[in-house]
Design a protein. Sequence first.
Length: 319
Amino acid sequence: MKSISQLTDFYYKELYPTLQELENDRKKIKKRVIYVGIIYLLFVTLIGLAIYKQLSLDILFLFAVFILAGMKFIYSYFVDEYSVDFKNKIIAPLINEIDNNLDYSPHLHIPTAEFNRSKLFSDRPDRVSGNDYVHGKIDDIPILFSDFYAEKKHTNSRNKESWEKIFQGLFIISEFPKNFHAQTIVLPDSAQKFFGNLIGNWLQANNFSRDELVKMDNSEFEKEFVVYSTDQIEARYILTPRLMQKLLSYKKRVKHPLYISFIGGKIYMAIEYNNDMFEPAIFRSLLEYKIAMDYIQTLHLAIGVVEELKLNQKLWSKI
């Protein structure tokens, strides 16, 4: 697989003429978004000032929601077509440069059934969305990933609905090259970080929504993750000292909360982000080095999980 430096060279050398064209489009769209946004805000502000004495708290809240929805519509109206153009001309060639065995579908996302099958999150989503679906093979190992956003609906005593975020970020699925029957879940160890070892261990052991707690013999791994499994022996068979070290290294590269599960011959990985990672920047130049690196590093992290965790090693081949 191409290195980050090779992909950076490709981004600036091969895609530069296209980037310049998109940069000119970006500047025009930025101006339109700002101008129309200002006119819209002035308009709704005048309406608000004219009727503010008649506004109750509930109506005021709805008015604020209306303003935000309007701003979102304006942004989407001007940016959506540009976003599609950017993904087809920049993200798709980058993925193809990494490996031409990968297919890219900007409007699709991983199947909801796979998200549920991972058992990484206790709640099942009532509403999902996502995009930037990539699937194919790296060194003959199947892999798929996408941006994914999952939410759960709540209804209060007044029959009012609210939505709670379950997960937002990058969701990766790959074949795992070991035979196993158990279900092993590896989660960020937030309990010990917040409450210390004594209380944290008690909370982990008494998490009734999870299977049996598995204590690993790697102290650094134990600080970062908590492991639950339906089979203690298989959990240790999967999480070898070498794989634990690989996951720790991957976690340091990711720099975001990382969730992992081993179920049904697959490895599921969820990396929590608070933004859509492959959307084009509108208020910053596409030619900025940091912007380029964000796209390249995120793609490299997702696609590189096969090499990073050595999922393609012959010594792990399934029997």
